[in-house]
Design a protein around this ligand. Structure first.
Ligand code: EPS
Length: 362
């Protein structure tokens, strides 16, 4: 009912608030025997974390994962895996000035109307801090997908404000703090972000995720389509306002002769569909993109109202991201991996006996 869990066979439930004592998750349905240790969470948690460069929020969290259950002698046991991360760098006084008002463009207002009470400290449950646990849970999913199916999920920043990549190189993506696929443009991005931060404003972004190695057959028509579940999972990320699968909205202006991915025995000739047809994976790379809105917590004054029903002017001080999209690449990868793992298990459960059928286009 309350929707803090998702997935059907591989389920993830997250809990915790940004300024509470801890955040955590429970992963249920993980197959037994997967080797996993606390140190394996470090890489992806660091990729997502605040305070790593001047271009993101300066909150500095240790993000140390404690594995509370579900792992024995370094291997998953098939029982629920509980992960906990203690919050260590909350600065709740930053929220004193806005506790009685609503940041324009922020979930402050809707949380208030839904629950009639809210934890204003750091945005409480609406904070992007919660995404830490999705990334942690996806470390387990990414590892299982890689070991069991040779699936690799990776993403990149595909647009920052009005700046689009001038070239594409996967090797460049992990070499800069933006996950940007064109190394030559990184100085220009740094300059743009420095100017943006100085102005006190924020900007939107586009992030793309690609999963290679997904076999044909994952996804459940009609209400559990792979693209439907991906759209839901990606849309659940803070600040996401749009999701595209494959060519997405560009398909509007295309003709069928252009959009269809022709099949030859040695491979598909294109991938406009983003690796999904009829809600089922084709065996091509699964490709999705998200649009993230500009952060609403900005220094530019904006009109709002307060709890007493008076007009006020709001300025949000504190340690905010001028572009949440910069940290969204590992989060989008995480949601893709969690959905794929769930569907891998669901496919095995219903259609495991079908096996591979011909012809298989490589
Ligand atoms: C966030 C506001 C900031 C960010 C936070 C997301 O919180 P605070 O004011 O407490 O520093 O630092 O991001 C994280 C803590 C994180 O780990 O991602 C928000 O409003 O969403």
């Amino acid at each position: 009912m309350s929707s803090n869990s998702f997935g059907k066979l591989f389920t993830v439930t997250t809990f915790g608030e940004s300024h509470g004592p801890a955040i955590g998750c429970v992963i249920d349905g993980c197959p037994p025997g997967l080797a996993i240790g606390p140190e394996e969470f470090r890489h992806d948690l660091d990729r997502r974390a605040t305070g790593k460069t001047r271009h993101t929020s300066q909150r500095r969290e240790a993000d140390e994962v404690e594995i509370l259950s579900g792992v024995y002698e370094g291997k998953t046991t098939g029982t629920p895996i509980a992960l906990l991360i203690r919050n260590t760098d909350q600065r709740s006084k930053d929220y004193g000035d806005i506790a009685d008002t609503f940041r324009p463009g922020h979930a402050d207002y809707t949380y208030w109307h839904k629950y009639g009470i809210r934890d204003p400290r750091g945005g409480g449950r609406s904070s992007a801090r919660e995404t830490t646990m999705r990334v942690a849970a996806a470390v387990v999913a990414k590892k299982w997908l890689a070991e069991r199916h040779d699936v690799r999920v990776r993403g990149y920043l595909a647009q920052l404000g009005e700046i689009a990549p001038a070239a594409f190189d996967w090797d460049a993506v992990e070499q800069n703090p933006f996950f940007w696929p064109c190394a030559e443009q990184v100085p220009a991005l740094e300059k743009a972000m420095d100017a943006l931060r100085k102005s006190g404003d924020s900007v939107g972004a586009r992030v793309s995720v690609v999963a290679e190695g997904v076999p044909p057959g994952w996804g459940e028509p009609i209400y559990g389509k792979l693209d439907g579940d991906l759209a839901s999972a990606l849309m659940s990320i803070n600040a996401v306002k749009g999701v595209e699968i494959g060519d997405g909205f560009a398909a509007v202006a295309q003709h069928g002769s252009e959009h269809r991915d022709e099949m030859r025995l040695d491979g598909f000739t294109s991938n406009h569909a983003g690796g999904i047809l009829g809600g089922i994976s084709t065996g091509q790379a699964v490709v999705a993109s998200i649009a993230l809105k500009p952060t609403s917590s900005i220094l530019i004054p904006g009109h709002s109202v307060n709890l007493a029903g008076e007009p006020v002017e709001v300025v949000t001080k504190g340690r905010h991201d001028p572009c949440v999209g910069i940290r969204a690449t590992p989060i989008a990868e995480a949601m893709m991996a969690l959905v794929l793992m769930d569907h891998a298990l669901r496919h095995r459960a219903q259609c495991g006996d079908v096996g591979a059928v011909a012809p298989r286009i490589p």
